[in-house]
Design a protein around this ligand. Structure first.
Ligand code: PSV
Ligand code: MN
Length: 424
């Protein structure tokens, strides 16, 4: 289904007066208002194809119904999100969950909805019925050359799908690791991974990137071969300029200072981008900003400062994507909330008086430095986001429109209450 523009316009019309009041109040104190609104309009966050269905845990899955049954329906759902928020103009495919059998028609559908294709993701963490060798003991790090070859070939196949869709990056996450001490020679595993990655790297088109995601544990619980940013960075450095480290916010041990990791990767030109989510205990994959929005703001503060220092375009300099799981929420609602949380943190970071902060740091004025950061963090920037959506033709209040239009009910009518989307 698609949302008519007139529906969004009607809803905006009803909310216009209240919006204007809120907007004028916050806008009065903002320097460079138009520049900020322009940056917000340009800032887009990719939606992963696997996030449009209900997530779950190993204990169960509780679908809310109307899940997309095909890649085309997933693209339509991203189209709905983008029509409402004008902030999610791309989709990232996971192969083989979402094989684009007919790239031409899939591209045409996406273009009609104002979308394009973000990074393509490979999957060597699950066995497919058609494959010859099992990934039970890993893929690119496997002791058996035949398994490594199969995994390398899969990644090259994914690159080829991506080329057809005009993607520009292969995003790679390996579950390779060990469950028990002694199971694996760690140096050997790392060296084999590097060799396999070199073969994949050679197949990358010149204008592509290879994004290497790290994760400390799960599904392996003793060691993961690419377990932290240091290991990913080491591989990316050895591979070359096209390889970079991808930061999934949930892939850190508790208490890790993610903003510091991000700052240094950016400094080295090795920050590929993000998988956004939030967590309290581990890789919880909760809605972005639902647990620790201050940390998200601090990350964005490092990003804005670091990207400006390197003269990078905020919107296109690195990859921005959500990677969350919606256990009990409507996936589309959860994604709307996540995109909003990301853009709130970004906007607040844009409001940080970087010059004053630098001066406070030079003078070791710790109190003032904190005041400067928190002044920006405590500004209610939601009317600025609403204004930027309005200017782009989106909804002042995306979630309200989604609910007023009973979109999920319409999707259930169209697809059925038992429709289940592919993915984890
Ligand atoms: C692994 O936990 C991960 O974050 C990787 O990005 C995968 O591709 C994705 O989740 C799959 O859900
Ligand atoms: Mn991820």
């Amino acid at each position: 289904m698609q949302l008519e523009k007139s529906i969004i316009d009607d809803a905006n019309h009803k909310q216009q007066a209240a919006h204007q009041r809120r907007f004028d109040f916050v806008a009065a104190d903002i320097k460079d208002l138009d520049i900020i609104l322009k940056k917000l309009g340009n800032f887009q966050i990719a939606i992963p194809s696997w996030a449009l269905g209900t997530g779950g845990t190993r204990f169960g899955r509780f679908s809310g119904g109307g899940e997309p049954r095909s890649l085309e329906e997933k693209i339509e759902d991203v189209g709905l999100i983008h029509a409402l928020n004008k902030s999610s103009n791309s989709i990232s495919l996971h192969i083989p969950w979402d094989i684009p059998d007919n790239a031409t028609s899939v591209k045409a559908l996406a273009a009609q909805l104002g979308l394009h294709f973000d990074a393509v993701n490979s999957n060597t963490f699950q066995d497919q019925s058609s494959q010859q060798h099992s990934y039970k003991y890993g893929s690119l790090h496997h002791v058996d050359k035949a398994v490594r070859k199969q995994a390398v070939e899969h990644n090259i196949e994914v690159i080829n799908y991506g080329i057809e869709l005009h993607s520009k990056a292969l995003s790679l996450w390996l579950s390779d690791g060990s469950n028990f001490p002694g199971q694996l020679n760690m140096r050997g595993a790392f060296e084999r991974t590097l060799k396999s990655l070199q073969e994949i790297y050679e197949a990358l088109p010149a204008d592509w990137k290879l994004w290497i995601e790290y994760k400390p544990y799960e599904p392996n619980f003793y060691s993961t071969t690419i377990g932290d940013w240091g290991q990913s960075y080491l591989l990316a450095s050895k591979l070359g300029n096209q390889a970079q480290t991808l930061v999934d916010l949930g892939h850190h041990l508790q208490g890790a200072n993610i903003e510091q990791i991000v700052s240094l990767l950016l400094m080295e030109g090795k920050l590929a981008g993000f998988h956004f989510n939030d967590s309290k205990y581990g890789d919880d994959d909760l809605t972005v900003g639902s647990i620790n929005p201050y940390q998200l703001f601090l990350i964005f503060n490092e990003l804005v400062e670091g990207m400006d220092a390197r003269g990078m375009n905020h919107a296109t300099g690195i990859g921005w994507m959500i990677d969350a799981s919606h256990n009990i929420k409507d996936p589309v609602e959860d994604l709307l909330q996540s995109v909003e949380a990301i853009k709130i943190a970004y906007t607040q970071a844009l409001l940080v008086d970087q010059q004053a902060l630098k001066q406070a740091q030079q003078q070791n004025d710790v109190v003032l430095a904190q005041e400067i950061l928190q002044h920006a963090y405590r500004t209610d920037v939601r009317p600025l986001l609403a204004e930027s959506r309005l200017r782009a033709g989106g909804a002042l209040q995306p979630l309200d429109v989604y609910r007023q239009q009973a979109v999920r009910k319409q999707l259930i009518n169209e697809r059925g209450a038992l429709a289940v989307s592919t993915g984890l």
